[in-house]
Structure formats: structure tokens, C-alpha cells
Design a protein around this ligand. Structure first.
Ligand code: HEM
Length: 509
């Protein structure tokens, strides 16, 4: 009798599970059918998984590491043309590499950033991270007000006044690398660039002295890196959010702790500045002062919470640190692969700076070849993949109608490899950026800092910073790439060189 009852419960449980799975399957198939009706007219690579769509293919490729995600996208572009559609479970993503469409969409502020994509920035494993900071705010009016508030911290005059800080951080890095310049010690330059760019954004944006370059125990850089890694991991594998295994639970906890640490540092920093403001102290015109201005400027009964201000703190550290660090690492990688470029760069640095110990703003404009090297580096190795928009109306592109509501991804990596816009596109040739009187034909094919209103607010800061750091290092050192260093881009929120840009450093004669 008891066995019968047990058997019946088991049978009942099996029935419930089977029917739940069955209903889920039918609902999923119906949603997939709707998806195909809306996007089926667009070319699409064969999905490798019924449930995950192209996500599992992309993940398999990035795990293998011998083929980068961006290379896969490039291959699909060559096979399918400039417009194609991929699917992340039920989330479509149209990849468009047609520069006139880039122009049409990115210059039209009706097309907003896609909320589904930027939700990944809001919180990581349930812990608020970048919230609705300047990068992830998708509401146009709210973004516009905030951007106007923050612009003064990026104006040229203010950045020129910050030259001492750029130079001081670069000098600290140079001095830190001196004992390693024996041509024998293997140095992963990406780590050092991560530290120096953290020091710069902390000082220039928030008047904080972190000194990550000299202080290898500083938990801040690794917390930011772990938080970003968690964000990337959730995007690539949404099931990680609910994975019950203890390893996954431990990982989620460590990421949440990292996010908390970043936000706590932000809170301290904001509270200290509030105190200083209350006391009437003179405040620097930096990012933090501009962020705090939001508290005084709100109208319409809207209240700015401290959490909103901390969103901006995190946003600027994330947006301003790794990106510039990756630019420097990719540049060193390209210099190591092209000896002629390295020689011309050093000649220019010698001519403009000689042994001058403090680099001034007026020196930077004279480093013209270096500007072109950075541009060419970002053409082939963009530190940020591109820009995305959710279409507010149907858009015609290359004979297709991309439907209203579609999320469209514009990848500078793809458009920068189009032969119609760049002669011999795979050749590393900084001189293709020698300015001419005409508008360059690549104008909407090359957008490492994005395009339109939602372009990068920090691009001038990044280029000044990168120039000061690279010039300072090239004044003193020769770099030799370690032979096993591969030229592969790893996409983890930002794009970085695999292997950390391994080099041997020696002192220049
Ligand atoms: C080489 C370095 C950099 C590159 C390649 C880069 C690239 C980009 C790109 C492509 C976007 C658009 C992202 C999107 O659509 O979601 C962006 C936005 C942004 N960047 Fe940068 N960035 C760099 C450095 C910086 C620095 C140094 C800062 C700040 C100190 C910064 C702050 C921001 C912010 C706040 C946004 C959002 C702007 C808005 O929507 O109004 N970036 N950046």
C-alpha cells in the first residue's frame, strides 16, 4: 500500500515535470517562430543550439581562443554580407557594417541604446554596479541632462591644467619599470598599464591618490577587473546567475564582494567631497565635482540618491581605465610587430622631447606620428567593440528592412576592415591617417570612440593620457615582444590583447 502511494507521488512528480518542460518547449518554439517571422528575411549564420542560438557558438569560439569572437563576426560578414542577424536565446542582434547606416542611425537620437544590453551594466549577480550611470542610461532626456553636467570636466582647458598629474603618473610608471629593464625579466605590460590608468583617472577625475603602480596589494584594480569579468560572464552564460553548484555560488559571492568594494570606495570619496563642499573649501573642477552638482541641479521634484552618484563613480572608473590601458597595450603590441613604426616613433619622441623631464601640453600636438599610430592601432584593435542602438522605426540598409525594435550592433572592428574605405585594410599603416583637406572617405567606417551624441566623453582625456605615458616610456626604454605573445583580441566587455602584452624591457642607449 505504502509503495503504491510512493509510486503514485513519483508518477505525479514526473507528470508535472514532463508537462512543465513540454509547456516551456511549446512556448519557446512559439516565441522562436515569432522571432523568425520578424527577422527571418535577414541573413543568419546557422545557429548551433536550438535554445542558445548563436551564443553557444560564440562562447565555444572564445573558449578555444585560437579564434576571437570578432574574427568570427568578420567571417560571418564576409559570408553573409554587411547585414546579418544572430540570436542570443530569444534576443536578436542585427550586426550591421554599412557605414551609411552607421551614420543614419547613430546621428539620429530617436534610436536609443538597447535596454536589454545595458541591463547587464546595471547590476551583477543582483548587486548594483554601474546602475544608470552615463554609459548605461538609456533614457535620452535623463542622459542629456547628466552629460551636460559632466562635460566641463572634459573640456580642453581643464585637461591642460591636469598635465602635471598625467606626467607624474607616467613618471611613476617609468621609475617602477626601471629595475625590470634588464632585457631578461618578462613583463606583462597590460597589468602595468591597468595600474597607471587607474592612478590617472583616480587623480584627474576624483582627486584620489591610489598609487596602484607602486602598491601591488591595492585591492581596487583587481576588484574592478573581477566585477567586469562577472558582468562579461553573465552576458556569455546567463545560466550562471542561477547555477546551484558551490563553485558557481562562490564565484558569484566573490564578484558581488568586488562590486561592493568598488561602490564603498565611491561612497567614501563622495562623502569626503560633500564635507569639503559644506565647509566651503575650494574644489577641483573634476568629474566628482560635476557629479555632485547633480544634487544641486535637479528639478521636477526629482531626488538624486547617493546610489545614483556612486553609479557615476563606477562608470568613470570602468569606462576610463581599461579602455585606455588596452589602447596602450595594443599599441605596444603593434610597435613590437612593426620595427619601422617603432623607429619612427622613437625618432619623433627624441626630436620633440629629447631628454625633457616634464611633458607639457604643447609637446603633445607635435607628436603627430604618435597620434596616427594610436588611430591605426584602434582601427585594427578597437578597445571597445562599437555602438548599439534599438531602432525606433524600420531602417533600410543594403536592400533589407531592419525592423523597428531590433537591436543593431555597429562594430568598428568590421567597418574598419572594409576595402571600399581602407586601402589594403589589414596592413598596419599609420600614414593612412595623414590629414587631408577633404573629408576622409572612412568617416563613418571608423568610430573607436563611437559616433553621434552618445560618443565617448573621455576621448580627449584618453589620448592625452596615452600620449604622455607612451612618450615617457619611449624616452627611456626599448621594448622587445616575447616570442610567444599572440596577436589575438579577447572580448570581455572591453577588448584586450591576450597574454597581457609580454615584453622584455631594456634601457635605451
Ligand atoms: C582609448 C580609450 C577609450 C575608448 C576606445 C573609448 C570608447 C568608447 C566608446 C566606443 C563609447 C560608446 C560606448 C557605448 O555606446 O556603450 C564610449 C562611451 C563612454 N566613454 Fe569612452 N573610451 C575610452 C576612454 C574613456 C575615458 C578615459 C573615459 C573617462 C574618463 C571614458 C568615458 C566614457 C563614458 C562616460 C562614456 C559614455 C558616454 C555617453 O553615453 O554619454 N572613456 N567610450
Amino acid at each position: 500500500m505504502e509503495l503504491n502511494a510512493g509510486f503514485r507521488i513519483l508518477l505525479y512528480a514526473l507528470l508535472v515535470i514532463t508537462s512543465t518542460v513540454g509547456v516551456a518547449f511549446v512556448v519557446f518554439s512559439w516565441l522562436l517562430y515569432r522571432f523568425n517571422r520578424k527577422y527571418g528575411h535577414l541573413p543568419c549564420p546557422r545557429p548551433t543550439s536550438f535554445f542558445f542560438g548563436h551564443l553557444s557558438h560564440i562562447n565555444a569560439v572564445s573558449k578555444k581562443m585560437d579564434m576571437q569572437t570578432l574574427t568570427l563576426m568578420h567571417q560571418w560578414m564576409r559570408d553573409l554580407g554587411p547585414v546579418y542577424c544572430i540570436r542570443f536565446i530569444l534576443q536578436p542582434m542585427v550586426i550591421c557594417s554599412n557605414p551609411p547606416t552607421v551614420k543614419k542611425v547613430c546621428l539620429d537620437s530617436r534610436h536609443l541604446k538597447p535596454r536589454a544590453l545595458y541591463d547587464f551594466f546595471y547590476s551583477v549577480f543582483g548587486q548594483r554596479f554601474l546602475g544608470l550611470g552615463l554609459v548605461s542610461q538609456v533614457n535620452h532626456e535623463k542622459w542629456h541632462t547628466r552629460r551636460a553636467l559632466l562635460n566641463p570636466a572634459f573640456n580642453r582647458k581643464y585637461l591642460m591644467q591636469m598635465m602635471d598629474h598625467f606626467d607624474e603618473s607616467a613618471t611613476r610608471l617609468r621609475d617602477h619599470l626601471m629595475p625590470l629593464a634588464d632585457d631578461k625579466t618578462l613583463v606583462r605590460m597590460l597589468e602595468h598599464f591597468n595600474n597607471v590608468t587607474l592612478d590617472v583617472i583616480a587623480k584627474v577625475g576624483f582627486d584620489m591618490d591610489i598609487n596602484a603602480v607602486e602598491n601591488s596589494d591595492c585591492p581596487f584594480p583587481s576588484a574592478i577587473a573581477l566585477a567586469l569579468q562577472g558582468m562579461d560572464a553573465t552576458f556569455k552564460n546567463p545560466l550562471l546567475m542561477v547555477d546551484p553548484r558551490s563553485k558557481a555560488r562562490q564565484y558569484r559571492r566573490s564578484v558581488r564582494d568586488a562590486v561592493k568594494l568598488v561602490r564603498n570606495i565611491g561612497q567614501d570619496c563622495i562623502e569626503k567631497r560633500r564635507e569639503a563642499k559644506k565647509k566651503g573649501e575650494e574644489l577641483p573642477k573634476d568629474i566628482l565635482t560635476c557629479i555632485l552638482q547633480a544634487e544641486d541641479d535637479v528639478g521636477n521634484g526629482e531626488k538624486i540618491e547617493t546610489a545614483d552618484l556612486i553609479d557615476e563613480f563606477g562608470t568613470f572608473f570602468v569606462a576610463g581605465q581599461e579602455t585606455t590601458s588596452n589602447l596602450l597595450a595594443f599599441t605596444l603590441l603593434e610597435i613590437g610587430r612593426h620595427k619601422d613604426v617603432a623607429k619612427r616613433l622613437k625618432d619623433e619622441v627624441d626630436e620633440v622631447l629629447g631628454s625633457k623631464s616634464i611633458i607639457e601640453h604643447s609637446d603633445l600636438t607635435k607628436l603627430e606620428y604618435m597620434s596616427r599610430v594610436f588611430k591605426e592601432t584602434m582601427r585594427l584593435n578597437p578597445p571597445v567593440s562599437g555602438a548599439s542602438r534599438e531602432l525606433a522605426s524600420d531602417v533600410q540598409s543594403c536592400g533589407y528592412v531592419i525592423p523597428k525594435g531590433a537591436s543593431v550592433l555597429f562594430l568598428s572592428y568590421l567597418t574598419s576592415r572594409l576595402e571600399e574605405y581602407f586601402d589594403d585594410p589589414l596592413l598596419f599603416n599609420p600614414d593612412r591617417f595623414i590629414p587631408t583637406d577633404e573629408t576622409p572617405r572612412h568617416f563613418f567606417a571608423y568610430f573607436p570612440f563611437a559616433i553621434g551624441q552618445r560618443n565617448c566623453i573621455g576621448q580627449q582625456l584618453a589620448l592625452i593620457e596615452a600620449k604622455v605615458i607612451l612618450a615617457k616610456l619611449l624616452q627611456s626604454f626599448d621594448f622587445r615582444l616575447e616570442q610567444s605573445q599572440r596577436h589575438i583580441i579577447v572580448s570581455q566587455v572591453t577588448n584586450k590583447p591576450i597574454d597581457g602584452c609580454k615584453n622584455y624591457i631594456s634601457l635605451r642607449d
